[in-house]
Design a protein around this ligand. Structure first.
Ligand code: F6R
Length: 270
């Protein structure tokens, strides 16, 4: 797992967007896994700006969002479909057929989850999976005790997650407590995973994910098993990491220095 620590949330979001742009430059028709939530808003703003500048093609990729609330139609202002249209898809003009999310208002949500999983497989799997993290260590809506081998399915949100999501809903609106979410097994099959965490509220979850035991109690810890996982965080989210000095030595300022031989030992003696 690569741990990259940036001075603030803005710099961390900028780096996340830069990596998505790099993926789209390398493979314009990539399959992206996308997340919603407050953390991702500056990432999508930066990505939309990069597409507008012509840094990458924003119309050829296919995306699969991690999750959607059960019961909400795509035109509901709090649905994740609506969030994605507002923060990214409308701005870059991604054709609707390439912008996939589970249908929250599907008549049979369990069947919709199975169909969504099959759709991801039919596209050849996910090249780059973008992730946020919940205060309780969830990824997607895989709440603590989710199977680390889980597939796309319906999950009941914890009371803490429902409360954290309340800020996006009106005072008279009931916050949904069921979601269709991509599974942890599905996330682990992505060819690359990129998790962004910002703010002090995430510090404990970040420490558990990176340095805690591999455990369903912290679903994000499953990323310890991912062969290409990068965690990008700001200083506040990194605050509880025990080995922070080490991460900052390996990746000073969040950079990836070239690998060189130690000074004075550049040539092998025979
Ligand atoms: C949303 C998702 C969630 C969020 C997480 C953090 O699609 O998958 O795992 O990434 O709940 O949300 P914020 O960024 O609002 O703190």
């Amino acid at each position: 797992m690569k741990i990259l620590i940036f001075p603030d949330a803005e710099a961390a979001a900028r780096e996340t967007a830069r990596r998505i742009v790099a993926q789209l430059v390398a493979k314009p028709d990539a399959v992206l896994g996308l997340a919603t939530g407050g953390t991702m808003e500056p990432v999508y703003a930066a990505l939309a700006a990069a597409v507008a500048r012509g840094d990458c093609d924003g119309r050829r990729f296919t995306s699969f969002n991690l999750d959607e609330y059960v019961g909400l139609a795509g035109d509901h202002p709090q649905s994740y479909r609506h969030y994605m249209n507002r923060h990214l898809f409308d701005a870059i003009g991604l054709p609707a057929a390439q912008a996939r999310l589970p249908r929250g208002d599907a008549p049979d949500p369990a069947e919709e989850a199975r169909r969504y999983e099959a759709e991801i497989a039919a596209e050849g799997g996910i090249d780059l999976q973008l992730l946020g993290i919940g205060n309780n260590g969830h990824i997607g809506f895989n709440e603590p005790t989710s199977s680390l081998a889980s597939r796309t399915r319906i999950k009941t949100l914890t009371r803490g997650t429902v409360e954290a999501n309340r800020r996006f809903f009106g005072p008279d609106e009931q916050v949904p407590s069921l979601a269709i979410t991509i599974g942890i097994g599905t996330i682990l099959e992505s060819r690359e995973a990129l998790l962004l965490a910002t703010g002090g509220a995430k510090a404990e979850a970040v420490a558990a994910m990176v340095e805690g035991p591999l455990s369903a109690a912290c679903p994000a810890s499953a990323l310890q098993m991912h062969p290409r996982a990068t965690v990008i965080c700001d200083e506040e989210a990194a605050a509880r990491l025990q080995l922070r000095d080490y991460y900052e030595t390996v990746h000073p300022g969040g950079t990836e220095p070239a690998i060189t031989a130690p000074k004075g030992l550049e040539r092998t003696r025979t």
